[in-house]
Design a protein around this ligand. Structure first.
Ligand SMILES: Cc1cc2nc3c(=O)[nH]c(=O)nc-3n(C[C@H](O)[C@H](O)[C@H](O)COP(=O)(O)OP(=O)(O)OC[C@H]3O[C@@H](n4cnc5c(N)ncnc54)[C@H](O)[C@@H]3O)c2cc1C
Length: 390
């Protein structure tokens, strides 16, 4: 029976796990990342990559956390791109939202002032502009009768490009091991010990559980073993379907968004269309009529998509935690077990800041120094787990 030692074992090679491994390696920790299948085999290996801010009104700590994350992500990506020569397909394109009804225009106009206050940075900031008309030819003529919002903060990234970039950077860092085709089978959070599917026992200083939707059964099992009642589940998977079409749309085109439909032109060609949102499904990973219906809706919104050949269809499960917000930070009963999941629809914009917070918590635990990065209360693991008992 093989035995390994490491400072941190990261379980799951999606966007959360890769950022956790990167921050940990930067902090000088030895890292073993185990991935059940291949990097990006879960929800992170999709097509869309929208980095969409919350609206700038009714500001709170979680909107501030996401704003700071969306602002800092570009710098993080540019640094890694310069190091490797690879591209993550990142571009701050902004987002256009057609306004179909007068009351939506009134709300949007009020949000202009909110953005001026809340979307400020040291270099200026980002505007939420209300246009009298959407730029010519982008939307169907009846889509934006009351004009459109142009939000300057939104951006997009190639999900697979970013995963490849992170993997490449990690591959060059000392003390990092990535094992694909290697699942964690059992977690002993008290000893920070993990048994892998091949029987290898890993003694770790800390565990980061970033297994996407598969994190929740682990968490539920631990809650039950700590004497809690596992009446509710700590989270679920919400299925999403998306497609990539062969359309010649300028990659500088803003994200086009209306009523749950995203149309996103990518640098490498092709336009991603997303997404369905399904709580009930038979097969999490197949595409069906719901995707066809979504494509019809997208064509109605953006006539340039009409008749475009489909290059790829894709489906995955978004991890949604019981409290609906991301779930991050140390488990309240096991200080060496750190959770990183539940990013639901916004993981790509915030995963690096969540990972930074988790790794700062580990460093603080190890060094005794208070290096913690504050997470919004509704993100914290203990807040979610308290809902299990309610
Ligand atoms: C159709 C669709 C469109 C989306 N669009 C966007 C978008 O535009 N913008 C955005 O920000 N988000 C979007 N999302 C959500 C986003 O993709 C997810 O929130 C995010 O990818 C979750 O990342 P993760 O690292 O938590 O989980 P995952 O990417 O699922 O990674 C978890 C990994 O853990 C591995 N694993 C599981 N069990 C084990 C185990 N026991 N041992 C080892 N490894 C294990 C899995 O194989 C997997 O690779 C979309 C999701 C879908 C489905």
């Amino acid at each position: 029976m093989a035995v390994m030692k490491t400072d941190l074992i990261v379980i799951g090679g999606g966007i959360m796990g890769l950022w956790a491994a990167l921050y940990a390696a930067r902090a000088g920790l030895e890292v073993l990342l185990v991935e059940h299948a291949t990097i990006g085999a879960g929800a992170s290996g999709g097509l869309l990559g929208a980095l969409m801010p919350h609206t700038p009104d009714r500001w709170n700590d979680k909107k501030q956390f996401q704003f700071d994350a969306l602002v800092s992500l570009e710098h993080e990506i540019r640094k890694m791109e310069a190091e490797t020569g690879l591209s993550a397909g990142y571009r701050r394109t902004g987002r256009l939202i057609p306004l179909a009804k007068p009351h939506l225009r009134e709300i949007a106009l009020r949000q202009v002032g909110d953005a001026a206050i809340n979307w400020r940075t040291a270099d200026g900031g980002f505007a939420w502009r209300v246009l009298n008309a959407a730029p010519d030819g982008l939307f169907a003529s009846d889509a934006g009768l009351q004009g459109a919002v142009f939000d300057e903060l939104a951006a997009r990234v190639s999900p697979r490009g970013l995963l490849q970039l992170l993997t490449a950077v990690l591959g060059n860092m000392p003390g990092v091991i990535i094992r694909e085709g290697c699942a964690a089978r059992d977690i002993d959070p008290r000893q920070a010990r993990v048994v892998l599917a091949d029987g290898t026992i890993v003694h770790a200083g800390h565990i980061a559980l970033s297994a996407g939707v598969d994190s929740f059964p682990f968490i539920d099992g631990l809650t039950a073993s700590a004497g809690g009642e596992a009446r509710l589940r700590s989270g679920t998977g919400v299925k999403g379907q998306a497609a990539r079409l062969a359309v010649d749309l300028d990659p500088a085109t803003p994200i086009l968004y209306s009523d749950g439909v995203y149309v996103i032109a990518h640098d490498t060609g092709g336009v991603a269309i997303g997404s369905t949102s399904e709580v009930e499904y038979d097969d999490a990973f197949s595409t069906d009529q719901r995707l066809d219906d979504l494509l019809v809706k997208a064509e109605r919104l953006v006539p340039a998509l009409a008749g475009a050949p489909v290059i790829e269809c894709w489906a995955g499960l978004r991890p949604k935690a019981i409290g609906r917000d991301p779930m991050a930070g140390p488990h309240p009963d096991f200080s060496r077990l750190h959770i990183l999941t539940g990013g639901f629809k916004i993981s790509f914009g915030i995963a690096h800041r969540l990972a930074a917070a988790v790794v700062a918590g580990i460093s603080a635990h190890t060094s005794g120094r208070d290096e913690a990065i504050e997470l919004p209360l509704s993100f914290r693991c203990e807040t979610h787990l308290a809902l299990l008992q309610s």
